[in-house]
Ligand binder design. Structure first.
Ligand SMILES: NC(=O)C1=CN([C@@H]2O[C@H](COP(=O)(O)OP(=O)(O)OC[C@H]3O[C@@H](n4cnc5c(N)ncnc54)[C@H](OP(=O)(O)O)[C@@H]3O)[C@@H](O)[C@H]2O)C=CC1
Ligand SMILES: CC(C)(CO)C(=O)C(=O)O
Length: 346
């Protein structure tokens, strides 16, 4: 008799999602249905091509099932886990909660958010108050330069813990997180560990994401070049990082004194890693600036932390997003007026 496999719906088969699906399937303990969008046909026809520092070169790799729509759970269909690995773009519909709603079994499905940013759990806990919602903080340098072609340059390190849901037992939440860690780690190609202090871990990662992501996205420079560029680290990156560290402290999360340099030097300079927000700008995608910059800024300023650099980065990202919204028809501008002075006869 075959062993029971956990059923996993992975929503967002882009770069991090493809590697996550690979880790989960490699366990032999779970079957993944992956939801793809722009790369659906490429992945369906040819599978993923993966060049990975953890997994090596793979051609034509597919998880158990590839679909282009979140399935409706009915007639006995049920997912043990829904792993959300879309970009979490809070100011562009649909919200993640609406996207996954058809597949959520209330009180049963464990929802895992492998996404950057702060307060991303709030809409999920509001929409699914009976479900366990897990945090996945990922350190992985992954990109998808062409549909279905995924490059991973930085080893996948995933920290998983529960976002506190007042209507659930703490022990159940911890057990769900530990079960997911077991599945994700079982293939032996990645580092995935249980993380009790989800808030601390998210703020620590924001020291990178709220600073390097927007600065690289705005300047068009990857994390290697930003370190080489005149004045960028001392004039922009470190002041922004100091503000995030101060906001984290005000929110009760004391980060190590070396956290700024730890984050700046995390990926080797010559990896020339484009943070995910820079990749999005290059592809003309929307950026996750509300969860990555807006939320830490609002939390910090609410507690009277001065965050002038982060505020400027936030508004520059807001303008970049607006430009993209106009290009994609989400906002419209009044027609151009006529400013030519009328010809006066005689
Ligand atoms: N890349 C990295 O190295 C890291 C990324 N992260 C975080 O991980 C998360 C995922 O990032 P990443 O993998 O880089 O992102 P990608 O853009 O590579 O992948 C996201 C995928 O989700 C799909 N998607 C988005 N919205 C929907 C939707 N409504 N329905 C179906 N599919 C959808 C996208 O499709 P489409 O192509 O059509 O847009 C795309 O395939 C983000 O929160 C990011 O910040 C964290 C650590 C590192
Ligand atoms: C830190 C990094 C670069 C990858 O781990 C990331 O989180 C991102 O690209 O958004």
């Amino acid at each position: 008799m075959s062993e029971h496999k956990a059923s996993v719906l992975l929503v967002g088969g882009g770069s991090v999602g493809a590697i996550a699906a690979l880790n989960i399937e490699s366990s032999g303990q779970a079957a993944v249905t992956i939801v793809c969008r722009s790369n659906f046909q490429a992945v369906l026809d040819d599978g993923y091509s993966i060049e990975s520092c953890d997994h090596g070169s793979l051609r034509g790799w597919r998880p158990s099932s590839v679909v282009n729509k979140v399935p409706l759970v009915a007639d006995g269909l049920h997912f043990d886990y829904i792993v959300c690995v879309t970009k979490n773009v809070a100011d562009v519909p649909p919200p993640v909660s609406d996207l996954i709603r058809p597949a959520v079994s209330p009180g049963k499905t464990v929802i895992v958010l492998i996404q950057n940013g702060l307060n991303i759990e709030k809409p999920l806990l509001a929409a699914f108050p009976q479900n366990v919602v897990l945090s996945g903080v990922s350190l992985i340098g992954a990109n998808e330069p062409e549909p279905g072609f995924v490059q991973q340059d930085f080893p996948d390190t995933l920290f998983v813990g529960a976002f506190r849901n007042q209507s659930r037992d703490v022990a159940d939440e911890k057990a769900a997180a530990e079960d997911f860690v077991k599945i994700y780690s079982a293939g032996g190609k990645t580092q995935c560990s249980y993380n009790a202090d989800v808030g601390w871990t998210r703020w620590r990662k924001l020291v990178y994401n709220a600073c390097l992501n927007p600065i690289c996205a705005i300047t068009g420079l990857d994390t290697g070049r930003i370190r080489l560029a005149d004045g960028a680290v001392e004039g922009l990156v470190r002041p922004a990082m100091a503000e995030i560290v101060a906001a984290a402290k005000a929110c009760g999360h004391e980060l190590p004194e070396t956290v700024d340099m730890d984050m700046i030097e995390m990926d080797p300079l010559t990896m020339y890693l484009p943070p995910s927000m820079l990749s999005d700008v290059r592809k003309g995608n929307f950026i996750e600036y509300e969860n990555i910059l807006g939320e830490p800024l609002r939390e910090g300023e609410k507690l009277s932390v001065a965050m002038p650099t982060v505020r400027v980065l936030y508004h520059l990202c807001q303008a970049i997003q607006w430009k993209n919204k106009e290009l994609k028809g989400l906002v419209s501008v009044p027609p151009k007026g006529s400013f030519v002075a009328p010809v006066v006869e005689g």
